[in-house]
Design a protein around this ligand. Structure first.
Ligand code: ADP
Length: 503
């Protein structure tokens, strides 16, 4: 494996300076334990977002390939479900160990196809591997219950059983971690999976398939089917409608999540959905200002603002507003360095594509036309078409697009508020609710606000929250279910009630 990943890395590094490409990247689909071409023999290009240069081309699976992968997962289900939890645990742990052993190479692969700085990519690999480790531990603790009854001649037994074949559709912003957070949980409890990675970032998923193979995960248990933007809707439809599939697990936009849910309802599949957010970041007058600014930078600009828990709007109380804005501008100038993710000093890589840049630009134009002021940034970066300057807007109001639409880019809009009541109303007006952050040193206020915010994840005086031990997920239209933590297996389990009578 190491050898092959090294080749991938060399290709990525070369692509940073020239358009050379590797002939040896894993670029086929992984179905039933074999590396295969698409039935159509079609392929699609994977490009480096930083330069637009070709990294490689990858098998373009269509709906028939998706059906083949689902059948492979279904055929392997009985064997995998019957394996002892200790055996499943052992294999997941081995997969984790291989990820850690190949951490640097896998990280470079993420930087090449996603663009994020190498340091962040390395953190992602460690984070991604932590889900395999965690669920290898959880695999052995899928306990049922024995429940007292009101009938003396009966006993009630509650069993937890794997739901079956799971279709997994992952996004491009965390090409490794979103895969392991889902697949780790599903495999741990005895489900088999078919993964469709994002068309922008299929290489990380294929590298993980190679490591799964090397770890000894049996053929058909874990399948990966890359597919192009144009084939994705048809492939998604098969993954969400095939009667052999029992559950779907998706991370991506709310709009796509709704399409998949509509597909899944025809055969009443279980669905877990990690969808968009509109995270508020509230700074109350009593906040520790320096801590709030550090949290703001971390929460807004990680992955160039392209995470679903990234702050979307800053809501700052009037007494601390001017000082906060001033310190933010200074911190942005000092801490944020735009560049190619392979350059050591870079903290802000490119956005995933030009459409993403256009969205940020559009939100800024809209805000400025309605009275917002650009305090720093505000335009495309001279480095190229996918780079954008980290931007701070003040005088922002709730009628502006940037407060209503997920930005997914390096734009920090700041609104001024007066009362706690007012800010809770602004934050809760959203029809999504994934993460929310607030800074305060008033204990009573901390309890009130933490309880009132309509989100699934709350950061109190903390801007970075994601960790394997805690449940990740949202309320309202941010999704269904929770990933990671002890709850992360629930979406892949059925609960069976067994009644023993006549005792
Ligand atoms: P984004 O707009 O940020 O790319 P998407 O929700 O479009 O977010 O993408 C997340 C994942 O969903 C990717 O793997 C993408 O290929 C996939 N996807 C997008 N549209 C569909 C669809 N109609 N059916 C199935 N998967 C889809």
């Amino acid at each position: 494996m190491l050898l092959r990943v090294c080749r991938v890395v060399r290709a990525a590094a070369r692509a940073h300076s020239s358009s050379a490409r590797s002939e040896r990247l894993r670029s086929q689909a992984y179905i039933g334990g074999r590396w295969v071409e698409a039935e159509s023999a079609a392929r699609f290009a994977v490009r480096e977002p930083a330069s637009g240069q070709l990294l490689t081309d990858v098998v373009d699976c269509g709906p028939r390939d998706a059906s083949t992968a689902v059948r492979a997962a279904s055929d392997s289900l009985a064997g995998w479900r019957a394996a002892t939890s200790k055996e499943r645990s052992r294999l997941l742990r081995k997969w984790h160990n291989l990820m850690i052993q190949n951490k640097d190479e896998l990280a470079k692969l993420i930087t090449a196809e996603n663009g994020k700085p190498l340091k962040e990519a390395t953190s992602e690999i460690v984070y991604a591997a932590s889900f395999l480790e965690w669920f290898s531990e959880e695999a052995r603790r899928i306990y049922g219950d024995v429940v007292p009854t009101s009938s003396p001649d009966r006993r009630i037994l509650i069993l937890k059983q794997p739901v079956g074949v799971v279709s997994i559709i992952t996004p491009w912003n965390f090409p490794s971690a979103m895969l392991t957070r889902k697949a780790g949980a599903a495999l741990a409890v005895g489900c088999t999976v078919v993964v469709k990675p994002a068309d922008d970032t299929p290489l990380s998923a294929l590298a993980l398939a190679e490591l799964a193979d090397e770890a000894g995960i049996p053929a058909g248990v874990f399948n990966v089917i890359p597919s192009s933007k144009s084939n994705t809707p048809a492939v998604g439809e098969v993954l969400c409608t095939d009667p052999l599939v029992a559950a779907i697990s998706f991370t991506g936009s709310t709009a796509t999540g709704k399409i998949l849910l509509r597909h899944a309802c025809g055969t009443v599949k279980k669905a877990s959905m990690e969808l968009g957010g509109l995270a508020p970041f509230i700074v109350f007058d009593s906040a520790d200002l320096d801590r709030a600014v550090a949290g703001a930078i971390a929460s807004k600009f990680r992955n160039s603002g392209q995470t679903c828990v990234c702050t979307n709007q800053f809501l700052v109380q009037e007494g601390i507003h001017d000082a906060f804005v001033e310190k933010m501008v200074k911190a942005m100038h000092r801490d944020l360095h735009v560049g190619n993710g392979f350059d050591e000093q870079t903290t802000q890589g490119p956005l995933i594509n030009e459409r993403a840049v256009e969205k940020v630009e559009n939100q800024i134009n809209d805000a400025v036309s309605r009275g917002a002021c650009i305090l720093t940034g505000g335009k495309r970066h001279r480095l190229g078409a996918t780079f954008f300057e980290p931007t701070l807007l003040s005088n922002v109001t709730t009628d502006m697009l940037c407060t209503k639409e997920e930005t997914f880019g390096p734009l920090a809009p700041v609104l001024k508020f007066r009362t706690e009541e007012e800010v809770i109303a602004i934050a809760n007006a959203a029809d999504v609710g994934l993460a929310g952050y607030f800074y305060s040193s008033d204990l009573a206020q901390i309890w009130r606000v933490a309880e009132q915010l309509e989100v699934g994840i709350v950061g109190v005086n903390e801007g970075l929250l994601s960790t394997v031990e805690a449940p990740f997920g949202g309320v309202k239209q941010s999704g269904l279910g929770r990933e990671g933590s002890k709850y992360g297996v629930d979406d892949f389990l059925e609960i069976k009630y067994v009644c023993f009578g006549g005792l």
